[in-house]
Write a protein that binds this ligand. Sequence first.
Ligand code: 5AD
Ligand code: SF4
Length: 480
Amino acid sequence: MYNDNPTIDGLKKTIDTNRQGEVFEQLDPNKQKYSKHFYIESYGCAMNFSDSEIVASILSKEGFGPTRDMEIADLILINTCSIREKAEDTVRKRLRIYDKVKKKRPSTMVGVLGCMAERLKKKFLEEEKLVDMVVGPDAYRDLPKLIADVEDGDKGINVILSREETYADITPMRLMSNGVSAFISIMRGCDNMCSFCVVPFTRGRERSRNAFTVIAEAQDLFDKGYREVNLLGQNVDSYKWLNPETEETVSFAELLIMVAKIDPRLRVRFSTSHPKDINDDVIFAIRDHHNICNYIHLPIQSGNSRILKKMNRTYDRPWYEAKVKRIYEILPDCAISSDIITGFCSETEEDHQDTLSMIEWAKYSMCYMFFYSERPGTLAAKKYEDDVDLKTKKRRLQEVIDLQREVAIVHNAKDVGKTFEVLIEGDSKKSPDFFKGKNSQNKMVIFPKVEKYSKGDYVDVKIDRNNSATLFGSIVDPDA
Ligand code: 5AD
Ligand code: SF4
């Protein structure tokens, strides 16, 4: 889940994973004393935010504590995204800010992590003189050694991709969490070769994490008071872990059920699903377990079958429609969201109209929408001409955004009068007199506080109005 498009206002507020360049909100929950400090910013997908928490955990064992103030940091890290050109531009701009800090305090180390580090490798050190360290997504265990190299006056680089690394044994330091909801990374990498996408090159081959460590992490979170886990992977439905002791494989549906069984009060979400991989077992798991949320992020990318073929998505429009029908048939209350790209190579006005009609047909509750950005090294960059001009790409994107807003308003208006179970995540940003929380369908709900309830509680909220991004209502108090 990504969002680097400022034109999509409103959506940013609804999706917690949609954080742009977020700085740790809370300091070390363990309240340890540290002699050295790191400052980290994360960009891009939820996986990057989750990785930053793994990095924080590795660094804390080396005596580095987190700080929100880059001016006092001994180590400044930026966890980068390469998915679109704009994401990379943002990172370059941030480096200019770090440059100023480093000029004032030359001993400060600067490290680049994540997808851009992997994509640019040594070139990064050559292009950006202030950067001391370039560390790819599979090399975070090497950070202590790389820091030592830099302290010895060298530059540090490790961008080796792994076929095994899942950081299974590392307990993330939950620096960005609200104490209610947390990410659990269940797999890494991606074996799909969508022709527009750089991720298979920056995050490497797909590998699944030991299921027992996933369950242990979820149990630990529940014991610490968390009430929602979000199982993360580029392609969660192809999760498959071979238990070496029993030689049995654990599928994604099985993993979901195992996590759901920890406690009915622990909500389970997951992201992202590839339409070709999500199967009936997953859909039935959602139906049969109240705490597996009624929400599926099912990116279509384009509503036109010819474009989908060029994108190498491995399905066409009728196939996707059949999948959506199946989901609504088994889960009539399920909310489905999507990712959409406008202006992919050779997209005509008719093809674009197909994307618009798809949005109306699928009745998405929400979409992440982007215009196509050619990425070096991808199949599309090699094979196809980026022949839709920027103005047209942006105009089509705006049409997609406008239509999706209307579709979302209708989707949300259908919830008016209904009562939903909402998990309280904290105070509403606009007023301390209101709580915010989500329903099972991943919709943000705002409602007036009632004293006996607090963060982490479930309440029934009756909806009385909506806009395109939010539902508003009040608590139905069983004791009133
Ligand atoms: N240009 C625009 N959007 C892209 N995405 C991935 N690669 C590109 C690109 N080159 C979008 C897709 C994907 C989401 C994570 O980002 O919609 O699902
Ligand atoms: Fe990229 Fe496609 Fe893999 Fe998603 S499924 S990360 S869009 S290659």
